[in-house]
Ligand binder design. Structure first.
Ligand code: PRT
Length: 111
């Protein structure tokens, strides 16, 4: 499990290093160059492909599409000057909070 977090941490760090990079040398730099809206569309495409794989694909295809979603989500958050670690921290915050408490906490915040 620690290894999985290490992989996400390394990926997030690599993604950050690509900011301002040459789009011809780096796929992530190309995504940054095209902007957050493009990164969001890529994430949407990968999410749809994940659903298709879940409904009609093999386990291997589903895992591959899920990895694409995590990658493109990481790029999108970085393009918005956020990080996948912000999303993980939110999941961590929800640990130990029951579904009802979470719902109440969100409605008291106006969400
Ligand atoms: N995980 C990935 C990853 N997954 C997929 N891809 C790239 O995604 C591209 C495939 O995208 P698509 O098929 O959707 O379409 P495309 O037409 O090629 O791309 P678009 O023009 O549609 O954006 C290929 O170029 C893949 O190399 C990735 N590129 C990079 N990473 C990670 O990002 C790191 C940095 O990559 P670079 O920025 O390229 O050095 C790598 O070390 C990896 O860890």
């Amino acid at each position: 499990m620690t290894d999985s977090i290490d992989i996400i941490t390394r990926l997030a760090a690599t993604i950050e290093t690509r900011k301002g990079g040459d789009p011809n040398d780096s796929y992530v730099a190309k995504l940054f160059d095209r902007g957050p809206d493009y990164a969001a569309r890529k994430l949407g495409e990968e999410a749809v492909e994940t659903v298709v794989a879940a409904l009609a694909g093999s386990d291997e295809e589903l895992v591959g599409e899920a990895a694409d979603v995590i990658f493109h989500l990481s790029v999108l958050l970085s393009a918005r000057d956020l990080s996948i670690h912000d999303a993980l921290a939110e999941l961590g915050r929800r640990e130990g909070v029951s579904g009802i408490e979470e719902k109440n906490a969100r409605s008291s915040q106006g969400n």
